[in-house]
Design a protein around this ligand. Structure first.
Ligand code: DGY
Length: 321
């Protein structure tokens, strides 16, 4: 029998990460990259020491309660941990880790892409070219909004939010932010802090959501808050769909109250609210914020570093529960 810890790996991981897993652990891999139902996952966990899941596996209180006693650590391949019931894990003495830092650049790139895609009507433009429906050019054709020099409001000035701010400064944007705590001057780099989100909203030509999904932030962007944004504002979400009240956002996009939205994340992925698909002013991506070769490798190695620390009896650096 192997003496290496047994790790259930819920999704196909980059080759280099799976190689290291095979070297240092006894991994139960998922070469077909199937999405496991809770029962399948629980069956796979029999006799396992650890789980290495993604945000696609919902580790609810019920699932965590049903895990075998052998499972002592959940090392997520994600920075977001809203798919894990942390209180339930704590109750069972299961350590939980995530993968911060390593995906901030990649996610900020996608935030900028969402911003530009929404402001410059990239979905409509691409459709015109691909469908051979592009007929003409005129000064009135495909007119969007220039983001250069505009005001950007960032909700959640953590690691990703700070990189978005830096990238936005490259577009001469004036950065405002709302965060639980004010950053120190150096990190703030001239960004304007708003202790109250509602005070910031009227100052945002573009609003970027970059905070975690928690019970406190659920539905944060609702009809009242959208009403506080300037007419023709743009909303970007690269954090979690749960931050948005879909009815309110869709209504504001339909009426043109908002100019556009750039979304990488949604409620109920991948079965998103179908009304988004009909909106020409929505630039839509399939949750690819961290999807670069560099970042996916780094996320896997970071999850393994956390497992290594745990099994060596050290405190994992990214422990969240
Ligand atoms: C994250 O790491 O939270 C990304 O959204 C992918 O899960």
């Amino acid at each position: 029998m192997s003496e290496k810890p047994v790790v259930v790996v819920t999704r196909r991981l980059p080759d280099a990460v799976e190689d290291r897993l095979r070297r240092d652990y006894d991994p139960r891999l998922n070469p077909d990259d199937r999405l496991f139902a809770a029962e399948t996952l629980l069956a796979l966990c029999e006799g396992a020491d650890a789980i290495l899941p993604c945000h696609t596996e919902k580790l609810s209180a019920k699932v965590i309660a049903a895990l075998p006693d052998t499972v002592r650590v959940i090392a997520n391949f994600s920075v977001g941990v809203d798919h894990v019931d942390l209180a339930a894990a704590r109750d069972r003495g299961i350590v939980v880790t995530n993968t911060p830092d390593v995906l901030s650049d990649a996610t900020a790139e996608i935030a900028m892409m969402c911003m530009l895609g929404a402001a410059r009507r990239a979905s409509e433009g691409e459709h015109l070219v691909r469908s051979a429906e592009w007929r003409d050019w005129s000064p009135a054709f495909m007119v969007g909004i220039q983001v250069t020099g505009k005001r950007l409001g960032i909700v959640g000035m953590g690691r990703v939010g700070q990189v978005v701010a830096r990238r936005a400064r490259g577009f001469d944007m004036v950065v405002h932010y709302h965060n639980r705590h004010r950053l120190d001057r150096e990190l703030e780099a001239g960004a304007i802090f708003h202790a109250d989100l509602d005070d910031m909203l009227p100052r945002c030509d573009v609003l970027s959501l970059n905070c975690p999904a928690t019970p406190e932030t659920a539905g944060l962007l609702n009809a009242e808050r959208i009403a506080r944004l300037p007419d023709g504002a743009i909303v970007i979400n690269t954090a979690r769909g749960a931050l948005v009240d879909d009815d309110a956002l869709i209504a504001a996009l339909r009426t043109g109250r908002l100019f556009a939205a750039g979304l990488d994340v949604y409620n109920n992925e991948p079965d998103i609210d179908p009304r988004y698909r009909e909106l020409t002013n929505a630039f839509l991506l399939p949750h690819i914020g961290s999807a670069t070769r560099e970042t996916r490798d780094a996320m896997g190695f970071r999850a393994l570093d956390n497992l290594d620390a745990f099994f060596a009896g050290r405190e994992p650096r990214d422990r969240v529960a």
